[in-house]
Design a protein. Structure first.
Length: 353
């Protein structure tokens, strides 16, 4: 895999990134270390995590994922220098007081979270430090409408950038990024950075998959014109696009056992549990089968080959899943098949946006 540059930063990474939010919940530490090692062996040198992981978020597993990765570094001297490490500072508390007591995300919160992540990760520097979700109110995580009445922002974007600049200056962070962001947010972060000589965001990590393509209606132009790279998360829509839920659904006695959506009620209450999302996924999955490939291969090839995507974040719970996801790299989708995909989107739009 040829390395790609993240935004205008000096970070160059593989076009596939290993997502780790299952580590510490669905995946125990021993298996997580095997997945990390196999991923690196197969050429993927980009790892993404977050302070609030594992997912679904619980007080008992807060920080567990970073700690597991830190233990992997400690057990394997020299590996830290071989990977690009990304993590995130949580935005304002979304019903998670164990992450942060206050309702906002102050500059002091950003610094404290970074220091705690460095300690758990057992490293001196974070290569890419991202704001997990905006400090201001935005429609994210399945919410689709902006409501000015819900605005509770306490920290300006300029103040957030100042705090991140301090971390870069201190050598704790190499580059910065955003996640679950909007076109306005990306523009404002870039504008203020250029106006005040502050670090420029290199990346935005947003959902992007066959059943959630809203990014293509505005944010992609913003990122292209401003030179900001997309890290696409949930390319398999929490498993909907693997076909595992096609027969038995996402809940009930026939739902697959041990799968993420069927295992956690909190996940079923999110966008991935919507009936429309499952119905849409079934159509894409059947299209894959009709064209001689697995649903997983079609969904990943879609992200791997789209011009909007710099690196696709894959999340797995086993070595077999990892190998399947990596083996899909290099798959080409014909113009005719892409047209069929667009026809389905025209019918159903983005049910998991």
């Amino acid at each position: 895999m040829q390395k790609i540059q993240l935004g205008q930063s000096d970070l160059h990474v593989t076009p596939i990134c290993l997502g780790t939010m299952t580590f510490g919940e669905q995946v125990n530490e021993a298996t997580a270390h095997q997945i990390l090692s196999r991923s690196l062996e197969r050429g993927v040198d980009f790892i993404d995590t977050a302070e609030m992981y594992a997912v679904p978020a619980r007080k008992e597993t807060f920080g567990a994922t970073e700690a597991i990765i830190g233990n992997w570094f400690a057990k394997n001297p020299g590996l830290r220098q071989k990977v690009t490490l990304a993590t995130k500072v949580a935005g304002p508390s979304r019903g998670m007081p164990w992450v942060r007591e206050g309702g906002g995300m102050t500059p002091a919160d950003i610094v404290a979270s970074c220091d705690a992540s460095l300690k758990r990760l057992q490293t001196d520097v974070i290569d890419l430090y991202q704001i997990h979700w905006p400090e201001r109110h935005v429609p994210a995580f399945g919410n689709i409408y902006y409501d000015p009445a819900r605005e509770t922002s306490k920290t300006s974007i300029h103040a957030q950038l100042d705090a991140l600049a301090g971390l870069v200056k201190a050598g704790k962070v190499r580059a910065i990024g955003l996640s679950n962001e909007t076109p306005y947010g990306v523009h404002e972060f870039v504008r203020l950075a250029e106006q005040h000589s502050l670090p420029r965001v290199a990346t935005v990590q947003n959902v992007y998959c066959l059943v959630s393509r809203a990014l293509e209606n505005g944010l992609d132009e913003t990122m292209h014109r401003l030179g900001v790279s997309l890290l696409a998360y949930s390319p398999l829509a929490f498993g909907l696009l693997t076909g595992k839920y096609d027969q038995g659904g996402t809940e009930g006695p026939d739902a697959p056992k041990g799968a993420r959506i069927s295992s956690y009620e909190s996940v079923r209450k999110q966008r991935w549990g919507r009936p429309d999302a499952l119905n849409a996924a079934r159509r894409y999955n059947q299209l894959a089968r009709d064209n001689g490939m697995t649903p997983t291969r079609l969904a990943l090839a879609f992200c791997y080959t789209k011009w909007q995507v710099a690196s696709t974040i894959i999340g797995v719970t086993s070595l077999a899943q990892l190998d399947e996801d990596l083996d899909a790299y290099g798959t080409k989708l014909s113009a005719e098949l892409l047209a069929e995909i667009d026809k389905i989107r025209w019918d159903i739009r983005d049910p998991a946006m």
